[in-house]
Design a protein around this ligand. Structure first.
Ligand code: GRF
Length: 226
């Protein structure tokens, strides 16, 4: 039997996605071990959550380094000390350089709060509202040097409602983030997901019949028989 895969999770803030991964591990739905949680910020709320759950934490403060390369190298050394199979970016708010990304090619994933390639970068919910899109969502993707543009692993879509503001839309998307990130990591942990020739290859059941329509359009009634 293969050894259980180990993860390192990188955060910068509250860490709710990290928590959803830790919850899936303890519920037994994610067959992996979280070796450590790392942050570029000592005040990231998620660090206390991880520590309370007995997960080792480390801080590599980006302000202590003269440039991005030096920070990336220190972060990579901190990661490698845990020898993880997969590096999981979960609300990690620093752009990582090409050298870092190449070092973890095929084993570095991110979650982004939009349906990529729409709305890369920041303030995705505000921009979705400004553009008036009817469907929004989140994306888990392999990280490549192009910011928020790596091969897509899984996406979840939500409707945008007329009454939405940034907070309500963010909350609807976040609930889906907490579903799809543990799922994507589980596929990796089960050796059902890999990066090949710039595509995410997935060995998982796929349903070709589904359609998501927002606003919801009720199905037409069956034709009357004559
Ligand atoms: C999430 O919306 C994630 O998609 C984005 O930053 C947010 C982090 O939230 N990259 P949390 O720290 O996981 O609660």
């Amino acid at each position: 039997m293969n050894a259980m895969k180990s993860l390192v999770i990188l955060i910068s803030g509250r860490g709710s996605n990290m928590e959803s991964l830790l919850a899936a591990v303890s519920a037994g739905t994610l067959p992996a071990r979280v070796a450590g949680v790392l942050s570029n910020r000592a005040d990231a709320g998620g660090l206390a959550t991880a520590a309370a759950l007995g997960v080792p934490t480390r801080v590599v403060d980006h302000r202590a380094f003269a440039d991005r390369e030096a920070f990336d190298l220190a972060m990579a050394e901190a990661i490698d000390a845990f020898a993880p199979d997969l590096v999981v970016l979960a609300g990690f708010m620093r752009i990582l350089g090409d050298g870092f990304v190449q070092r973890y090619a095929g084993r570095l994933i991110n979650i982004h709060p939009s349906l990529l390639p729409a709305f890369p970068g920041l303030h995705t919910h505000r921009r979705a509202l400004e553009e008036g899109v009817r469907i929004h969502g989140c994306t888990v993707h392999f990280v490549t040097p192009a910011l928020d543009h790596g091969p897509v692993i899984v996406q979840a879509a939500v409707p945008v409602l007329d009454a939405d503001d940034e907070a309500s839309l963010a909350a609807r998307v976040l609930a889906q983030e907490h579903r799809v990130y543990p799922l994507a990591v589980r596929w990796f942990a089960e050796n059902r997901l890999r990066l090949k020739e710039g595509r995410a290859l997935l060995d998982a059941p796929q349903d070709a019949g589904g359609a998501l329509i927002a606003p919801f359009v009720p199905p037409a009634p069956p034709p009357l028989s004559t």
